[in-house]
Structures are given as C-alpha cells and as structure tokens.
Design a protein around this ligand. Structure first.
Ligand code: SF4
Ligand code: SF4
Length: 171
C-alpha cells in the first residue's frame, strides 16, 4: 500500500468514527462552502497530484477544457478566498471526489494547532456547544506525513505542466 493510500485509510477511519458518533453531521454532498472559500490555491504533493491527474484524465473532454480555463483564471488572479476551479457549481459536487487531495478529505474533521477547524459552520456548532464529544483529527500530524511524500506545488503549476503540450484529449 502506498504512503498516500495508508494516509487515506487513516483519514477515512477518523472521518467514519466522527460520523458514527455524531448524528446529522453537516458535511455532505452539495455542501460546497469549503470548496468556495479556500485560503489559497490547493497545494498538492506529487503523490496527491498523480492521483488527482488520474481523476482529471477520466473526465469528458469538454469538462476538462472548462476546468482548464478555470484553473488558468485562478492562476492569474490574486483574489482571496479562492473558489476551487474543479468544483461543479451546478451540483455543488466534486468531479474528482475519489481522487481529491488530502486537505479535502480532512476538511471539517481535523483540527490544526494554529488554524483551528477551518470550517466556520462547524466552528459555529462547536461554539454553540453542539459537538462536545467529537475527537478531532490532528492535522499537524497529517502535514508531517505529507511532507514525506515528495515535492509540493500549487494545483495551477502541476496542471500547467501536465497540459503544456495540450490537454490529453487533444493528443
Ligand atoms: S467542511 Fe463545512 S462547508 Fe465543507 S462540507 Fe463540511 S460542513 Fe460543509
Ligand atoms: S478538489 Fe473537490 S473537494 Fe477539493 S476543494 Fe476542489 S471541488 Fe472541493
């Protein structure tokens, strides 16, 4: 099993445990607020990019072209927060869900020492005392494991290198 797959298994276990122990958990398909308010362009290790690239390569040609235009727009913009260029706005769903980066898997379920929980909707529930028994994942530990998985670059750079000679459907 690859290091990334091992990490996914551990994250899935933490997420499943939180969901099992907490009825009506907020995160679900169609809740896309976190995908629309990224602090920065998604940052991926090479292992994460290789997986994401597989997901992108499996999309229909016109869909990938539309994503390519959105990624170029994000690359040329300094606006913050960043709306993920992969997000399907019509459905609020992630078109590469099975191939998504680690940060997207941990969001809402993991806490970072200096950055808190990330999701303001869940933070509000915490502030209201609604989630007293949740055992949050430790994102600092996730970051340490990611650091051992090779070079890390913004999605925009990985994508630009990938399509330097044209989109897969053009080749
Ligand atoms: S992390 Fe927050 S915004 Fe994202 S799916 Fe969960 S509840 Fe929705
Ligand atoms: S890759 Fe998918 S899950 Fe992650 S921010 Fe983008 S649309 Fe959301």
């Amino acid at each position: 099993m690859s290091q990334l797959t091992e990490l996914h298994v551990d994250i899935d276990a933490r997420v499943a445990s939180i969901r099992e122990n907490t009825a009506d958990w907020l995160c679900g398909k169609g809740c896309d607020s976190c995908c629309k308010r990224l602090a920065e362009v998604p940052q991926l290790t090479v292992a994460e990019w290789n997986l994401l690239r597989e997901g992108l390569a499996g999309l229909a040609a016109d869909h990938l072209q539309a994503i390519s235009r959105k990624i170029a727009a994000v690359a040329n913009s300094t606006a913050r927060p960043v709306v993920c260029p992969l997000l399907d706005h019509a459905t609020g769903a992630c078109p590469v869900y099975l191939h998504r980066p680690v940060a997207c898997r941990t969001y809402g379920f993991y806490m970072q020492r200096d950055l808190g929980l990330f999701c303001r909707d869940i933070e509000k529930q915490v502030a209201d005392g609604a989630l007293p028994d949740v055992v949050w994942g430790n994102h600092d530990a996730i970051d340490r494991r990611l650091a051992g998985m090779g070079e890390s670059r913004p999605l925009t750079e990985w994508f630009a290198d990938w399509i330097r000679d044209g989109l897969p459907s053009d080749q």
